[in-house]
Design a protein around this ligand. Structure first.
Ligand code: NAG
Ligand code: NAG
Length: 994
């Protein structure tokens, strides 16, 4: 997967910003010289200057994540994901639109079923999240053909250039999808604030180079359809490509994609030259990082997403993310899409080339919408940025000369970020000089402040940077009316509540920290076991030294300091109830706060009995409810509220799949002697525009006949000369594909697949004596299509790389001719049948063509048989069962299908269909995916569900699933909105099905 990583540098975006609903500029409105504000002249709601974006004239930092609606096909779950993102302090989400599933047949664009974008726009708006639309037309995204439609594979002209044929191909799509996006722009009351043109248009196959006419035309196409918000693009690296957009930016994946070595970091992962690149190419716009590593994808045979979650875990978020966002490499960030990309989410299709059937990405929110630890770390960053407006107008002062600076410790780099507009606040970002090291570094920080030069800590001792970490130390930071002259402990958030500035300061467990405040009051520890040391500095400033461990609360005058270790800091949520700011400690997730007539109504999710601490104006919290239930509140000695809430996690019965009644049918009637392929597509093309020139008499690329996904079957009819000994065939299917070959009804052999081969040439011997002279035979080949290659390098047309048969010959008889070839994939090909579940849901297996995977099919006449019993010979069997679920409302209990690896009978692949939706492909010998989350809404949690499984055994000994079960992956009491079942049309007789 490394090669993928380098090749297509990455793709996931992470955007984010914060706080559409909250007041971003609280402490101090930075002075803005209005004549420096720029716009694209088409609207004046989304504008920018060289520091940041403005929305409706308000400066804000965009900080957010990436969500792909097509990977989460349950519209009523979008709000859950957006709310979870919003609660980190982020304010924007970028999303790809996948052309290939919207226009699978040229000229016929459909938004049916989960492809409808409107619920996604609506949910974002409801959650208060801005959107950055990324409609391509090329998206990469580890998606088949990088998002291009399958028919592109036989459409002439170099794609991703100004070629007219390509222009003609994308024009209809851009018009139609552009219109939908245009209708949902902020200028029309919608959530869309930016539209990205192309995606990582950053490298070209020689002799081609950046095609400025293409860039110009594409940008104009968006404008022509009514896009008035700024147009952006993401260069794969900060190399100055496509800078003619309104707000250019770039991507960065500092930790790469080697999830199998999740603790190995490169020494200089994020070069400091990002900032210089920004100054070189676009000094007058915000420094935008449109994708910043929120996780990593994992490929077939990979190490699994939990390892990617380690590679890009909390220490990565701090060590790389915090650094980057804070100027290690660039500074003023701004549309800084940093982390969180919650990309993932499921994927309906086995259509991704290279990656398996999950896009969990190891991100902060898992594929089944659980919160990883890194979510809580991210929240510390998001909440901090949301209350630190000085950050928006800072500039790094010592790029390129940060080693040893301010600390005297050569093992550390420190960048000074000064707010050059407000001229008060400074941020000092400290990190390891060698990012790969895990050492603990002691240091003191010598900085200039409003009271002159100070050495922090000034009470003695030293600060520590513990391993893969970085810190943002603050100088002259205003929190309400509290002036922090400096703080080595970081701020997770602060709010002014009932006239008191409540400031949450945190550090690693056991670390020494010091915070200096202008005050005439004497600090008192009002709660917790921590102790403080104090020292008066000049200018009426008091330094307070403490160890961050547990939670200690210190009061001095109108300032309340919470001194927290990281684990405690994770538990705090900053919530906004209209104009009232509230801080709450406790809960797996807090979603919202509302104040009505003295009652504070909180909503959120719990995974255990929880003790809350609530910091809210007393007039707004006479009573407190959680998810509508009254809390019994007590007051702490220092005036905050506490309450306990027991969790309700009802037991539910999860059906045991192995004891259900299963039905079984053969799904490979094609190898029976009397099978007729008359209704199949005749293979008759004799030429192709494909860059891979055909070498066979007729073109054997499935795409030429409209088959672009899933299982593909070929039939070759021939008359034997009598001297054939074997059939040699080179089949292309994409990494991890397989193929099996039969002569008439006799199994000849298989290529079982591995992670290296996108195509494979096998030689399959004929049984001796079978091919007598003049006898008629048919060879049947079953292969799978793992998705088209991406087209990361422009002008390569690599996405057209064929799937199908590249060459064949008869050993022992060069004169044998194939009389006729037939092919089938999914029923109807580009005229796909299932408009609700979309064009990639089904492939060409007999069972799929007949619709046996759909609910409502009558399998009464089938024999009994379980996937755990399998089949006894090479071939394909199809299994069906149904089960009831009865999961009460008010909980979020994600469910997965789980299989285990077989070592005794390793070579098989299975596809899972839940209520007709394909939810994964399991390749036993390659892996690593064994767990296939199926979202509520596809699964009916209060009713009957149909589970269907195809099982393709690639060896004569057959195969079976060793185990198969449904499992709960979490039990959470939840305030998520109630889930509406996605439409799951039932089986009906398919016209012309063969
Ligand atoms: C901030 O400081 C810079 C450099 O010292 C100066 O040029 C600028 O005028 C100052 N701005 C304000 C608003 O004081
Ligand atoms: C609840 O969630 C938190 C945060 O993810 C986690 O640390 C904790 O282990 C979970 N508790 C239970 C009982 O699952």
């Amino acid at each position: 997967m490394r090669y993928l990583a380098t090749l297509y540098s990455l793709l996931c975006l992470a955007t984010l910003a914060f706080g559409s609903g909250r007041s971003i500029i609280r402490s101090r409105q930075a002075t803005v010289s209005l004549d420096s504000i720029q716009s694209n002249g088409l609207q004046n709601i989304v504008t920018w200057d060289k520091y940041s974006f403005f929305i409706n004239g308000k400066r804000l930092m965009l900080f957010g994540g990436e969500v792909h609606p097509y990977r989460l096909p349950v519209a009523s779950l979008y709000l859950d994901v957006f709310q979870k993102i919003k609660s980190t302090g982020m304010n924007v989400v970028s999303f790809y639109v996948f052309w290939g599933i919207l226009e699978p047949k040229r000229g016929e664009i459909s938004f049916e079923g989960f492809r409808n974008l409107q619920p996604f726009f609506d949910a974002a708006k409801k959650a208060g999240i801005y959107l950055v639309a990324r409609p391509g037309p090329y998206i990469n995204a580890e998606t088949t053909a990088g998002g291009f439609p399958g028919w592109g594979s036989y459409t002439a002209g170099l794609w991703r250039t100004s070629n007219q044929s390509y222009f003609d191909a994308y024009t209809g799509y851009i018009k139609t999808v552009g219109q939908k996006i245009a209708d949902n722009q902020i200028t029309k009351g919608g959530p869309v604030i930016l539209v990205q043109s192309e995606n990582e248009y950053s490298s070209w196959k020689s002799p081609y180079a950046e095609d400025k006419q293409y860039e110009q035309r594409l940008k104009q196409a968006f404008i022509d359809v009514g896009i008035t918000v700024p147009i952006t693009t993401n260069d794969a690296h900060p190399n100055g490509h496509y800078t003619s957009v309104d707000v250019w930016g770039y991507d960065s994946y500092p930790n790469n994609f080697d999830c199998s070595h999740p603790t190995t970091w490169s020494a200089a992962a994020v070069p400091e030259n990002f900032w210089s690149a920004h100054l070189q190419y676009t000094p007058n716009i915000p420094n935008a990082v449109y994708e910043f590593q929120g996780g990593a994808f994992d490929g077939w045979g990979g190490s699994g997403y939990e390892t990617c979650a380690i590679l890009t875990g909390s220490d990565f978020e701090r060590g790389m993310g915090l650094s980057i966002i804070s100027g290690w490499s660039f500074s003023d960030m701004i549309l800084s899409l940093l982390q969180e990309r919650n990309c993932h989410v499921y994927d309906l299709f086995e259509s991704l080339h290279g990656v398996y059937t999950s896009y969990d990405y190891g991100s902060a929110i898992t594929e089944d919408r659980r919160l990883r630890d890194k979510y809580y770390e991210l929240k510390l960053i998001g909440q901090f940025l949301a209350v630190s407006p000085a950050y928006l107008t800072m500039r790094p002062q010592n790029i390129g000369s940060s080693q040893g600076k301010f600390t005297g410790n050569q093992a550390l780099k420190t960048t000074q970020l000064l707010d050059v507009v407000g001229n008060q606040t400074a941020f000092y970002v400290v990190r390891q000089t060698d990012a790969s090291l895990n050492s603990a570094q002691k240091y003191t920080l010598t900085v200039s402040t409003s009271i002159g030069n100070v050495i922090i800590p000034s009470i003695g001792g030293s600060l520590t940077l513990n391993g893969k970490d970085s810190k943002i130390h603050l100088v002259d930071y205003l929190a309400g009316t509290t002036a922090l002259v400096y703080s080595s402990a970081e701020i997770s958030t602060w709010e002014t509540i009932d006239g008191k500035d409540v400031i949450l300061l945190y550090g690693g467990t056991g670390e020494l920290h010091e915070t200096a405040i202008k005050t005439s009051s004497t600090p008192t520890v009002v709660s917790g076991s921590g102790t403080i040391k104090t020292k008066s500095l000049s200018g009426g400033v008091l330094a307070i030294q403490y160890i961050t461990s547990g939670q200690t609360v210190v009061q001095l005058g109108n300032t309340v300091l919470y001194l927290l270790d990281r684990a405690n800091a994770y538990q705090f949520w900053s919530l906004q109830a209209d104009t009232t700011s509230i801080i709450v400690k406790g809960g797996y997730l807090l979603r919202s706060a509302k104040v009505e007539g003295g009652t504070l109504a909180l909503t959120g999710d719990l995974n255990s009995t929880t003790s809350f601490e609530i910091i809210a104006p007393s007039a707004a919290s006479q009573k407190v409810t959680f998810n509508g239930v009254n809390l019994e509140i007590s007051k702490t000695a220092y005036g905050t509220l506490t309450a306990k809430k027991s969790v309700t996690l009802p037991d539910v019965k999860i059906p045991d799949l192995t004891t259900l009644t299963w039905k079984k049918a053969d799904s490979l009637p094609e190898i029976s002697t009397n099978y007729s392929d008359a209704a199949w597509t005749t293979v008759n093309r004799t030429s192709s525009i494909n860059p891979t020139a055909p070498t066979t008499p007729v073109v054997l690329y499935a795409g030429e006949y409209g088959y672009h996904t899933g299982n593909i079957l070929w039939r070759a009819h021939f008359t034997a000369t009598g001297s054939e000994t074997a059939f040699k065939v080179k089949v292309s299917g994409g990494a991890a594909f397989a193929h099996s070959v039969w002569l008439d009804s006799t199994f000849l052999g298989s290529w079982e697949g591995d992670v290296l081969h996108a195509n494979y040439e096998g030689t399959y011997s004929f049984p001796a004596g079978r091919l007598t002279q003049g006898s008629a035979h048919v060879i049947t080949i079953l292969q799978d299509h793992m998705g088209y290659e991406e087209d990361g390098q422009s002008a390569s047309d690599k996405f057209k790389s064929p799937r199908g048969i590249l060459s064949y010959s008869f050993e022992g008889s060069s004169g044998t001719k194939i009389d006729s070839w037939k092919v089938t994939g999914n029923l109807g090909g580009e005229n796909y049948i299932d408009k609700t579940r979309g064009p990639l849901n089904e492939g060409g297996l007999y069972a799929e063509r007949q619709g046996w995977h759909l609910p409502g099919f009558d399998d009464a006449s089938w024999v009994a048989g379980k996937p755990t019993e399998g089949l006894a010979s090479a071939g394909v069997a199809f299994f069906r069962t149904s089960f009831d679920l009865n999961v009460p409302v008010g909980v979020d209990y994600p469910i997965s299908i789980a299989a285990t690896n077989s070592t005794t009978n390793p070579y098989y692949r299975a596809q899972f269909y839940v209520n007709g939706y394909q939810f994964g492909k399991y390749i036993n010998s390659i892996g690593p995916q064994k767990v296939f989350p199926v979202p509520q809404g596809i699964l009916n949690y209060q009713g009957t569900n149909t589970l269907a499984i195809s099982l393709w055994a690639a060896k004569a000994t057959g195969a079976r699933l060793d185990t198969l079960k449904l499992q709960l992956t979490a039990k959470i009491e939840s305030a998520m909105q109630s889930i509406i079942l996605q439409p799951a049309p039932a089986w009906s007789q398919r016209k012309g099905a063969y």
